[in-house]
Design a protein around this ligand. Structure first.
Ligand code: ADP
Ligand code: MG
Length: 227
């Protein structure tokens, strides 16, 4: 048994809408071991992004326990949470979230600024990360000069540049054509083979089946089928 990187138990998340309490996650339990490749699949509105925000330490649950790499991250101070996030998790989003006026290299180097890495080292590591995703020849391109698939690969390079344990992706192929989607899935596969734990959120069953394990979410409740 590998070590447990994600340990969520009895997680509830309510949102307040005016005075109304809207329950979104209901008694969610999810354990992910190091090196796993998990897809979380469910329809729109089922709570996938809410769950991703909790896993990514961007939001806290209303109730429940969450250990990230064995560490209780709930109730940590904001800067401590930011630190855990920076070193443990790389994020990939449907809409890439690249800075439009910065080159691919500068976009990828950004997380290294927060990690306190020197400029020379940042450029070196960002170039290596872009090479890892097959974009060595695009380092000085702006996002507008890249295809959707290339933009997502820049975003994946940025997510991986700090060597996080976990790659957390929310609908990573949602804005891509089928050819680019396949390239992104091949890249996730490669990163997983290199030891990265991948947690991918999707509503697309073809995409979900690239993972080794699929967890389903319906109306805020998780259920699982081992394959
Ligand atoms: N900040 C919020 N305030 C109130 N309700 C929210 C908020 N964020 C999400 N919700 C509600 O929670 C439910 C799940 O949303 P979300 O996690 O984004 O689902 P998914 O990513 O699966 O489409 C939806 O009904 C949505 O309207
Ligand atoms: Mg969503």
């Amino acid at each position: 048994m590998g070590s447990m990187v994600l340990q969520l138990d009895n997680i509830y998340k309510d949102y307040l809408s005016g005075k109304m309490v809207v329950p979104v996650l209901k008694n969610v339990c999810l354990h992910v071991e190091e090196g796993e490749y998990v897809a979380i699949m469910g329809p729109s509105g089922s709570g996938k992004s809410t769950l991703m925000n909790i896993i990514g330490c961007l939001d806290e649950p209303t109730k429940g326990t969450f250990l990230l790499n064995g560490k209780n991250v709930l109730g940590l101070k904001e800067n401590e949470v930011a630190d855990e996030r920076l070193h443990n998790i790389g994020f990939v989003f449907q809409t890439f979230q690249l800075l439009p006026r910065q080159t691919a290299l500068d976009n990828v180097a950004l997380p290294l600024i927060y990690a306190g890495v020197s400029k020379k080292e940042r450029r070196k590591r960002a170039a290596q990360a872009l090479e890892r995703v097959g974009l060595a020849d695009r380092v000085n391109f702006l996002p507008t000069q890249l295809s959707g698939g290339q933009k997502q690969r820049v975003a994946i390079a940025r997510a991986m540049v700090n060597n996080p344990k976990i790659l957390l992706a929310d609908e990573p192929t949602g804005a891509l054509d089928s050819k680019s989607s396949i390239q992104v899935m091949e890249l996730f596969q490669k990163l997983n083979e290199e030891g990265v734990t991948v947690v991918m959120i999707t509503h697309d069953s073809d995409v979900a089946h690239h993972a080794k394990r699929i967890v389903y979410i319906f109306d805020g409740e998780l259920s699982e089928e081992r394959r």
